[in-house]
Design a binder for this molecule. Structure first.
Ligand SMILES: NC(=O)c1ccc[n+]([C@@H]2O[C@H](COP(=O)([O-])OP(=O)(O)OC[C@H]3O[C@@H](n4cnc5c(N)ncnc54)[C@H](O)[C@@H]3O)[C@@H](O)[C@H]2O)c1
Length: 343
């Protein structure tokens, strides 16, 4: 049987590698990963999995167009997940977010002119409509047809979303001109083990382990919907393999909208924290409410998120606590997270 030939740019990352695991377990896929492991996710377990499953790894910085010459001429599916992410990065080096993400998008699109690829999927974000929901009161849960809006345009935090908007338009319009099927995924807060150390959940873990008391809840009333990694990764594959129409946008996430306070208190319960909590302000520009309408993905893809945020949180906390304990066997609270100096 011919295998379905898949190229995942950014396939060593959090969502990409969760997809790789699903595809490898299913069988019938010939998988190539392109990644420079900028977030140091090339740990021993990951590299062993890649070797054991006959996955081809092209290690390189794909903001350099020459890296694309290392690829084959034809693929069934191209998943484009590579991106510079993280609120800290947007605030500390917004110019690099613009340069890196634009280069990754542009090089991918130009490669698609010469490569034979049937289906392409680009990963975008709910940040693209945070201005619309916050400023214009658009519906929450938010459906795919929401107008995208950045507000304010000069805020460094939104450089990331601006590049995602470019990618959405770029992939859909190159698809229209070149004849490949195009899927856009806008994720909302996918979380789980191995998501890196710049996320709200590892930060909460570090601070609980550090014994912070009173424990500050930054942006307590803000809401999010937390989607467990296995659900998000499976939904992404379902979107890629949905071929009924040439071009679709899907919101992938979870249905339940919770406050940051709920998340923090649930984490506190996990750690047996019995001190007090104190409400504190969060990043300027941080969106007030966010929850995707996922009914289109449910209807067309059979997307069916199975893991409730509390169960997913427990699995995630178990992983981070184990990680930090292994890093600090002497009990010192020295958290040298591998992607701390993500440049
Ligand atoms: N995790 C979420 O909640 C979320 C939300 C919205 C959007 N997204 C998008 O989904 C995609 C995957 O996100 P993730 O959470 O897995 O992030 P991630 O950082 O774990 O994965 C991105 C991968 O891209 C790789 N990469 C970055 N720059 C590269 C380059 N120049 N050349 C080659 N590889 C490079 C990184 O090494 C990393 O492995 C990203 O495009 C992200 O913007 C994720």
């Amino acid at each position: 049987m011919t295998k379905r030939k898949v190229f995942i740019l950014g396939g060593g990352g959090f969502i990409g590698f969760a997809m790789v695991r699903i595809l490898a377990a299913r069988g019938g896929y010939d998988i190539t990963i392109g990644d420079n492991f900028i977030r140091k996710q090339d740990d021993e377990e990951t590299m062993q999995f890649i070797a054991e499953h006959g996955i081809r790894l092209i290690r390189g910085d794909f903001s350099d167009p020459a890296q694309f010459d290392r690829l084959d001429d034809a693929y069934d599916d191209f998943y484009m997940l590579a991106s510079m992410i993280g609120v800290n990065n947007t605030l500390e080096m917004p110019h690099e977010i613009i340069r890196m993400n634009t280069a990754l998008i542009f090089n991918s699109l130009e490669w698609l002119k010469r490569a034979k690829v049937r289906n392409v999927l680009f990963t975008s974000t709910s940040e693209c409509y945070s201005g619309t929901t916050d400023r214009f009161g658009y519906a929450i849960p938010t459906p795919e047809e929401v107008p995208l809006c950045i507000d304010p345009i000069d805020h460094p935090r939104f450089t990331y979303a601006v590049t995602k908007m470019l990618g959405e338009s770029g992939f859909m319009n190159y698809g229209r001109m070149l004849g490949f099927n195009c899927r856009i995924i806008r994720y909302s807060n996918v979380f789980g083990p191995r998501m890196g150390f710049k996320h709200v959940i590892p930060h909460l873990v570090e601070r609980f382990l550090d014994g912070e008391s009173p424990y500050k809840i930054y942006g307590a009333s803000q809401t999010r919907s937390f989607c467990y990694i296995e659900d998000g990764a499976l939904g992404t594959i379902q979107a890629m393999e949905y071929e009924a129409t040439p071009s679709e946008i899907f919101h992938l996430g979870a249905k339940e909208e919770i406050t940051i306070e709920q998340l923090v208190r649930e984490t506190g319960r996990y750690f047996g924290y019995d001190g007090t909590y104190e409400v504190a302000p969060t990043y300027p520009g941080s969106v007030e409410r966010r929850c995707p309408d996922i009914s289109k993905a449910q209807r067309l893809l059979g997307y069916d998120p199975k893991i409730d945020w509390r169960d997913g949180l427990k699995l995630t906390l178990d992983w981070y606590v184990r990680y930090y304990k292994e890093q600090n066997p002497d009990g010192t609270r020295h958290f040298d997270a591998p992607d701390k100096f993500y440049k």
